[in-house]
Design a protein around this ligand. Structure first.
Ligand SMILES: NC(=O)c1ccc[n+]([C@@H]2O[C@H](COP(=O)([O-])OP(=O)(O)OC[C@H]3O[C@@H](n4cnc5c(N)ncnc54)[C@H](OP(=O)(O)O)[C@@H]3O)[C@@H](O)[C@H]2O)c1
Length: 354
């Protein structure tokens, strides 16, 4: 289904609207001049009426600007967005809003959507239509799935615990749960075949599986290290192999990988976690080098701190905010792709890897 994204600055819009009657009133002036000899009184009245209505329109549209700005501030502070199954209005800043319209047949192409009056040259990638989130629990995985679904995407949720997945899936319209251990190549193959049959070709893969042992080197067994490597890296390889070739063939797609502070830094107690995260980052770089020139955007997001929905803490990263960033990354214009970024809660200097 075609989707149109329009982004515009409400202040510019309202100022433009205010100016419109002034410009419009210039044209009829000529006509009035030619008939002035016979209709002087009427013209004067019409001109004052026109001036009055211009002032009224000017004031009205400026008030509209102030009103939209206040709604924008309110929506931004409360995180609200207006959404129906066919459209979404989201405030990007108090004075700038984005409007998504599904099924917009008047849009010539949904491949490259030109938008934003302020930056008319900005071109976003098309919004993904089928997304796989590998590694779904109540944190980042669920919220990423939720954000992509809100963008009109059908989302496959992958994790091992089928009961948990079913509960999450019930709350996300357009999602479907697939129980899968992503370190098992046979299972991965079967599950991705089912996803293609159920939902269609995959446009976006978010590899969010992670885990390992938070222990020092002397307490790490060979099995622990192997599991760390499999969870963080082998699963990424197996899932990327399922979607990469087709994305490259179509010349578009996105593969996002969740990293951690341990992707950049080994600490004394992360000997059973950092090695797998380092390897995952290395594989993400290889994927980006291979798939980037084929039109597939690969990014690696370093989650530099602890994730929690708690709003009472200034040091926790909210999974819904991380998910918003992932969604924006997925839509980035291809002339300025991000490969890697780090995110951290503003007051949590403990973890800063910068
Ligand atoms: N949470 C944090 O504070 C934090 C901080 C920095 C980085 N990260 C990174 O964020 C990612 C996870 O996000 P999250 O912590 O918010 O977790 P989450 O999205 O709530 O859940 C991730 C899910 O991955 C699933 N999983 C684990 N191993 C799997 C496997 N072999 N196959 C399939 N699914 C598997 C688990 O479910 P099942 O047990 O049902 O399979 C788990 O619930 C990881 O990459 C982690 O390193 C997290």
């Amino acid at each position: 289904m075609a989707q149109a994204y329009l982004q515009f600055n409400t202040t510019n819009f309202c100022v433009g609207l205010s100016a419109a009657p002034v410009f419009l009133s210039q044209t009829p002036t000529t006509t009035r001049t030619t008939t002035r000899t016979t209709t002087t009184t009427t013209t004067t009245t019409t001109t004052s009426m026109a001036a009055l209505s211009q002032v009224a329109l000017l004031a009205g549209t400026l008030l509209l600007g102030v009103f939209l700005g206040s709604i924008g501030t309110l929506c931004l502070t409360s995180g609200a967005a207006f959404q129906t199954s066919g459209a979404e209005v989201r405030f990007l800043s108090p004075s700038s809003l984005a409007l998504r319209v599904d099924g917009a047949s008047s849009v010539a192409t949904d491949d490259v959507v030109k938008h934003s009056l302020a930056h008319p040259a900005a071109k976003l990638e098309p919004a993904p239509k089928v997304c796989v989130v590998a590694g779904v629990g109540p944190g980042i995985g669920e919220h990423v799935a939720r954000r992509f679904a809100a963008g009109g995407c059908r989302v496959a949720l992958l994790a091992r615990d089928a009961g948990k997945l079913a509960n999450i899936s019930e709350t996300i319209p357009g999602s479907k749960a697939y129980s899968c251990d992503v370190t098992d190549s046979k299972l991965v193959e079967a599950v991705f075949a089912a996803i293609r049959a159920d939902l269609g070709e995959v446009d976006a893969l978010i590899y969010n599986v992670g885990g390992g042992a938070f222990r020092g080197y002397s307490n790490i067994t060979a099995e622990t290290l192997e599991l760390d490597f499999k969870t963080n890296t082998l699963g990424l390889l197996l899932t990327a192999q399922q979607v990469g070739p087709k994305m490259a063939e179509r010349g578009r797609g996105v593969i996002g990988v969740t990293g951690a502070t341990s992707s950049w830094r080994g600490l004394a107690y992360t000997a059973g976690f950092a090695p797998g995260k380092f390897a995952s980052r290395g594989l993400a770089q290889s994927l980006a080098r291979d798939l980037g020139p084929k039109g597939v955007h690969v990014f690696h997001a370093v989650i530099d701190g602890g994730v929690s929905s708690s709003t009472s803490s200034n040091t926790s990263m909210h999974p819904e905010d991380i998910a918003e960033t992932y969604y924006n990354l997925a839509l980035q214009p291809r002339s300025a792709w991000t490969f890697e970024l780090s995110m951290f809660a503003w007051a949590d200097a403990t973890w800063y890897s910068i």
